[in-house]
Structure formats: C-alpha cells, structure tokens
Design a protein. Structure first.
Lengths: 112, 114
C-alpha cells in the first residue's frame, strides 16, 4: 500500500488566495518531499523536510511536518495561475526501506 | 546540465509488439528509477538501480517487463509483448545520493498500446 496520501484530491481557488495541501503517512520516515507536476510534464522537486525539522520555507512555499501525527502540509501563499499543477508528497516505504513512494497527488487549479 | 533525457517522448504500438523506452540520467547521479503513471494507479515505482545494479524490482508488473542499466549513463525499460493495459506515461528519474535524496524526473514517455 502507498505510504503517503495527499488530501484533498482536488482544490480550486482564486489567484491571490492561499492553498493548503496535506499528506499523511503510515510508518516512521527519515524525510518527506513535495513535488509538483505540471500537465504533461515530469515531476519537479519543491522541498525536502527531514524528520527532525518542523517547518521549512522556500519562497511562497511553506512545509510543516508533524511526526507525532505522521502528517505534513504544503502551503502556497498568494497563489498564481502558474501554480496550477498536481502536488505530490513522497516518503520512504518504511520498514527500513528507502524506496520512495508517492501519493496520488492533489490537483490544484488556480483561477486567474 | 540537460537533465534526465527520455526517448521516445511518445510511442504508439500495437498489442504484442516489443517496446523499448530509453533513459539517460543526469551525469554523476548514481541512482536511477523507472516509474509508471496512470490515472487509476497513480505513480508507481517499477524498478530502482543503484550504481547500475538493480536494487528493487518488486514493482515490475510481470515478466513481460524488463529493465537494464548497462552503464552509468543509460538505461532501458522493455515491454515484450506489450498489452493495452500497459498504456501509461513512463518516467525515468535519477538522484545523486540514493532514493531518499531529491529525484530529478525526465519528461516521460507516453505509451499507447492499441
């Protein structure tokens, strides 16, 4: 079964609004990564957050990690139409395996 | 750097034919991954190589699928014989420090099996 699952499956907002996506996982991890995928393209890495970190920022992106709840969130502030994409979290499969597993993603649409 | 290169970008073939997908990882990266993405199943890891050696191929669907990495700069994913249910987008990705590190994805190969 998949390790990470994103929520919601789809999100539709207006330009300028904030977008929040969540990722839950099942077993302990060393790190968690967020990726973006524009339609018809490969995935692009956004942020990696390690298990001993609680929050990380990159431009308009803010990622939090709560290891006690086994969850992470990705916040995009002041969204733009160009942020329209699918967003995936990637975690290790667990059980000592470092094989990465991706969730099904959150499809974000930002209306201009 | 040109990034991860995949070829072909699109492939349309008929059921029963052999399909070969190609990948050139980023120079210096020692880990290579093949993924398959479909609407139904999402993004699935098929196989992972480290230093040209297959480490985990548990995601390979069945014997019709095979992957090779003859050297650090080239990998192939072969499907023989192909079936309509193999239709998907196949991605190759590479990383420099292993599977827990940032992965760099290629543009993908969209495979359609008629």
């Amino acid at each position: 079964s998949q390790q990470g699952e994103e929520d919601p499956q789809a999100l539709s907002i207006q330009e300028g609004e904030n977008a929040t996506m969540n990722c839950s996982y099942k077993t302990s991890i060393n790190n968690l990564q967020w990726y973006r995928q524009n339609s018809g393209r490969g995935l692009v890495h956004l942020i990696l957050i390690r298990s001993n970190e609680r929050e990380k920022h990159s431009g308009r992106l803010r990622v939090t990690l709560d290891t006690s709840k086994k969850s992470s969130s990705l916040l995009i502030t002041a969204s733009r139409a160009a942020d329209t994409a699918s967003y995936f979290c990637a975690t290790e499969a667990g059980g000592g395996s470092y094989i990465p597993t991706f969730g099904r993603g959150t499809s974000l649409i930002v209306h201009p | 750097d040109a990034g991860v290169i995949q070829s072909p970008r699109h492939e349309v073939t008929e059921m029963g034919q052999e399909v070969t997908l190609r990948c050139k990882p980023i120079s210096g990266h020692n880990s290579l991954f093949w993924y398959r993405q479909t609407m139904m199943r999402g993004l699935e890891l098929l196989i992972y190589f480290n230093n040209n050696v297959p480490i985990d191929d548990s995601g390979m669907p069945e014997d019709r699928f095979s992957a090779k990495m003859p050297n650090a700069s080239f990998s192939t994913l072969k499907i023989q014989p192909s079936e309509p249910r193999d239709s998907a987008v196949y991605f190759c990705a590479s990383s420099s420090l292993g599977p827990a590190d940032t992965q760099y994805f290629g543009p993908g190969t969209r495979l359609t099996v008629l």
